[in-house]
Design a protein around this ligand. Structure first.
Ligand SMILES: NC(=O)C1=CN([C@@H]2O[C@H](COP(=O)(O)OP(=O)(O)OC[C@H]3O[C@@H](n4cnc5c(N)ncnc54)[C@H](OP(=O)(O)O)[C@@H]3O)[C@@H](O)[C@H]2O)C=CC1
Ligand SMILES: CC(C)(CO)C(=O)C(=O)O
Length: 312
């Protein structure tokens, strides 16, 4: 399949490498000039489960797209939530009538932005439990296993979504076709609404968070707030199952991982995605008249910390 990976940070690099190694035709697009320069020179350099590899693929900045003539069957988006709208404004030439867009970003409500640029029946939404981290321009750490869940946003997109599942299977990305991706997205938001925010504020990895006495009550309370709000959006989360799913990460492969919000806030002093996770629940809670004191406080604390570290 001809695939463009839009956003070549940690996760974009992981998906690009795995899909390229499986024989797909991959083109990269990223807005960080130093990253593009490094990839153009030496390929994406990765510690891939302990093995040092370099994977060469064509790479462009948004400014180069008009002249590039890139035409892909699928665009896999791995930007940060807060970059989505401004990046899509710059790269509209990538989207042809038969191009599908797959969004696996953390957070809630990305379809509201994507619908402005992509026909709904060409939109595929999903989540991933794969991990990644950048160690510098063109350099990434890719350790452990993961999975993907995805579904077409409109019924007409189902055949293509199933093709994507096959292509991802061939690349070892452990994909699953979801019959209810809205549920999957809220369930994954509970993972990020707990692990990402708490690890970023406490400056710890997932396993370390799990060893604290406070972790179970924090998880339960935050998940309950997510569930109360999700119900108003037609999603009935099974809170006991979601708790078990989140708590299972404390002793899984992923336990050594510093969530992407930790990478942003603590390691790279970058603005976080909190407004699309706990912040989204706090905002929606206000709209529906549901108290969300934990989500509200955690969002405020993350924003306060962003200011203290001078996050950009
Ligand atoms: N990392 C993880 O383990 C996981 C992440 N996710 C989700 O995937 C999406 C993408 O996340 P992720 O790959 O971690 O994002 P990254 O921060 O690694 O990369 C995203 C983009 O940010 C820019 N960027 C990254 N680092 C820097 C830097 N130091 N200085 C300047 N610009 C930089 C780059 O483009 P540009 O210059 O155009 O901004 C890059 O394409 C997010 O929604 C995230 O929540 C989901 C599961 C796991
Ligand atoms: C890997 C995981 C699930 C950790 O919370 C994640 O989504 C992230 O780091 O953003």
């Amino acid at each position: 399949m001809k695939i463009t990976v839009l956003g070549v940070g940690g996760m974009g690099s992981r998906f690009a490498i795995m899909l390229h190694q499986a024989g797909n035709d991959i083109t990269l697009v990223d807005g960080w000039q130093a990253n593009v320069d490094a990839i153009r020179k030496d390929g994406i350099q990765a510690n891939f489960n302990g093995k040092q590899i370099a994977e060469k693929m064509p790479v462009y900045t948004p400014a180069e797209i008009d002249k590039s003539g890139i035409k892909a069957d699928l665009i896999v988006v791995f930007l940060k939530s807060n970059q989505l709208e401004s990046m899509f404004e710059q790269v509209q030439a990538l989207i042809h009538p038969d191009t599908y867009v797959l969004c696996l970003l953390n957070g809630i409500g990305h379809e509201d932005v994507l619908e402005k640029f992509v026909a709904k029946d060409h939109l595929i939404l999903g989540i991933t439990m794969w991990t990644a981290g950048m160690t510098g321009p063109g350099h990434v750490e890719l350790v452990g296993d993961g999975e993907v869940e995805l579904q077409n946003f409109e019924p007409a997109g189902k055949d293509f979504a199933l093709q994507v599942v096959d292509v991802f299977k061939g690349a070892g990305l452990n994909p699953k076709y979801s019959d209810n991706v809205k549920y999957s997205i809220w369930r994954k938001a509970c993972v990020n609404g707990t692990l990402n925010v708490l690890c970023a504020l406490l400056d710890c990895n997932i396993g370390e968070l799990g060893k604290t006495r406070e972790a179970p009550e924090l998880l339960h309370t935050i998940i309950d707030e997510f569930a109360a709000v999700a119900k108003h959006e037609g999603v009935d989360l099974d809170t006991a199952e979601v708790y078990d799913h989140v708590a299972a990460t404390f002793t899984a492969d992923i336990a050594d991982h510093y969530p992407s919000m930790h990478q942003d806030l603590v390691q790279h002093h970058r603005v976080t995605e909190v407004d699309f996770i706990d912040g989204a629940v706090a905002r929606k809670g206000k709209k529906y008249g549901i108290a969300t004191p934990y989500c509200t406080l955690l969002t405020q604390l993350v924003h306060a910390k962003e200011q203290l570290v001078g996050a950009k």
